[in-house]
Design a protein around this ligand. Structure first.
Ligand SMILES: [Mg+2]
Length: 253
């Protein structure tokens, strides 16, 4: 069993998790990713007890909400640009500002590379290279392609077999800060497996300096990026372990 300080007051606590590779298995075709059934059941129960339960992903928020399909959960998409809770939708201005250039990159590049999968998300663009036989070669090509479009408003991020271009100052850390402020949380727990989740962990460290108790959980895989372990408090190795951690949290209800 994983040992950590359980939150004393669920009504002052937020729980959040990444989606791909965390509560869903990574698939060759990311459109086929499905939520783990046990995780789904547990997150629903947690959302009925804790102040907020959130799924924070790089996916567009509406697609994320449809894929996860848990009522009452706070969905955050495009790495913190889009927010959807019940039927209330919010989009950050910085994301609106980069929309034209993201559309331009997609329309100019989408048909040039059959070996990559372009995932156009309106406020960001992901280019997946999981099908490519030579990952290093693929990385170089994608980086070159994206760097041509780089402006001070944009950033390029690498994830598990993917590059993503999107608004510079929006990341999962910002999403967490917004949740903590909105719900006046005293305790925040987050689980992630990839590079963009490190942004979340780093922001949680800042929140700790302000007196918020945080638990940063890394779900490890063969593709775990550098820095994931170093920036986390707890490391787990499987979805089964994550589900037992969710069960521990339910004991506080
Ligand atoms: Mg992930």
């Amino acid at each position: 069993m994983i040992k950590f300080d359980l939150p004393e007051n669920p009504k002052k606590t937020g729980i959040a998790t990444d989606f791909d590779g965390t509560i869903s298995k990574i698939r060759q075709n990311q459109a086929e990713a499905i939520i783990d059934e046990q995780a789904k059941e547990l997150l629903l129960k947690l959302s009925n007890c804790y102040r907020t339960v959130s799924i924070i992903s790089g996916r567009p928020v509406k697609q994320l909400a449809q894929t996860v399909d848990i009522k009452g959960v706070f969905y955050i998409g495009n790495h913190g640009a889009e927010y959807l809770h019940n039927s209330h939708y919010q989009l950050l201005q910085e994301a609106i500002d980069v929309e034209p250039v993201i559309a331009k990159i997609y329309s100019e590049q989408k048909n040039k590379y059959s070996e990559f999968d372009f995932d156009y998300k309106k406020y960001s663009l992901a280019i997946h290279y999981r099908r490519h036989k030579h990952p290093e070669e693929a990385e170089k090509k994608i980086k070159e392609l994206l760097e041509k479009y780089l402006t001070p408003q944009l950033k390029i991020q690498k994830g598990r077999m993917v590059y993503d271009i999107g608004p510079k100052n929006i990341n999962k850390g910002l999403a967490i800060k917004r949740l903590v402020n909105k719900y006046e949380l005293e305790y925040f727990l987050y689980v992630g497996d990839d590079r963009t989740d490190i942004d979340a962990f780093k922001q949680m460290k800042n929140l700790e300096a302000k007196g918020i108790r945080t638990i940063k959980i890394a779900l490890l895989s063969k593709e775990a990026p550098k820095g994931l372990i170093e920036n986390s408090d707890i490391q787990i190795e499987s979805l089964a372990q994550l589900n037992s951690l969710f069960r521990e949290l339910l004991k506080q209800c």
